[in-house]
Design a protein around this ligand. Sequence first.
Ligand SMILES: C[S@@+](CC[C@H](N)C(=O)[O-])C[C@H]1O[C@@H](n2cnc3c(N)ncnc32)[C@H](O)[C@@H]1O
Length: 295
Amino acid sequence: MKYLLHFLNPFKWWRAQVFKINNDGYDKSTYDLELHLYSKLLKNDMLHYGYFNDPKVSPEEISLQQLEDAQVLYSQQIIDQIKRKDENILDAGCGMGGLAKIMIDKKFSVEVLTPNKNQIEHIKTKYPFLKSYHSKFENLNTDNLYGTLIHSESLQYIDLDCAFKKAKSILKPTGQWIITDYFRTKSSGMNKSGHELDLFLKKAHEYGWTILHKKDITENVLPTLKFINMYVERFLYPLKHFAFEKLRYKNGRLYFMTEDLRASIDNKIKREMASIEIDKFTQEKKYILFVLERI
Ligand SMILES: C[S@@+](CC[C@H](N)C(=O)[O-])C[C@H]1O[C@@H](n2cnc3c(N)ncnc32)[C@H](O)[C@@H]1O
């Protein structure tokens, strides 16, 4: 009953309105909730997909350790492409710093950049020796010129024209730009994350970039999605059902009053799940490793 009284109390409504105003300024680039969640689930400071040598591995066989190992293998795919090993590298959209840490261990000279507040604080605390920029890539203010620029699953967040212009201005004339990300193969797809592949290729050409290397790694990253889907099906959905049913029997009034809220939670989960459905992903996206140079 005391919960129901909250809904009838004008003072509570006023406080709820103040709370809403204080929390309205959600800026995805400075505080990305999904990335924050992944950073708590995985402990190797990597926020990208895993690269599986065996794309046929079943999700039930994948342990958290194997997922983290696959993320390291993904990083290795990028590192294998670095040709200018004695020159500065910029890891743009560096997440929690896991890829940069591997490169530092290999004695590469690395700088990192992220607009995300939690990530930059984490990096400054855990990797204080890393030169870091708290900035969006497109707003980066530096006179430095790099031999290699890396976007590991971070290009999708950046306007393509801004990215091509900024990449040219901070790379040495024959510097290399390594990009790993998923791209949309259809403009009509349900989930709009990722740049359109044709548009990316067209702009690369217009801005004078040559594609030195292109590797489609969709099959190798798919086990990551299968793993997440399995957890949602086998844990998240049953737990949600359990919680809602528990509420129904423990507090029928509150259950009744929160019908709309529960429906909106269901809808939100459905929308989020659409972005990681295996069939949709393979129909609408390709995960590609690119190496670009301006020659
Ligand atoms: C999916 S995470 C990948 C993180 C990291 N590169 C990795 O491979 O683990 C995407 C990263 O892009 C960053 N990002 C988002 N918007 C950005 C922007 N405008 N400029 C640069 N980085 C951005 C996020 O903060 C995050 O660090």
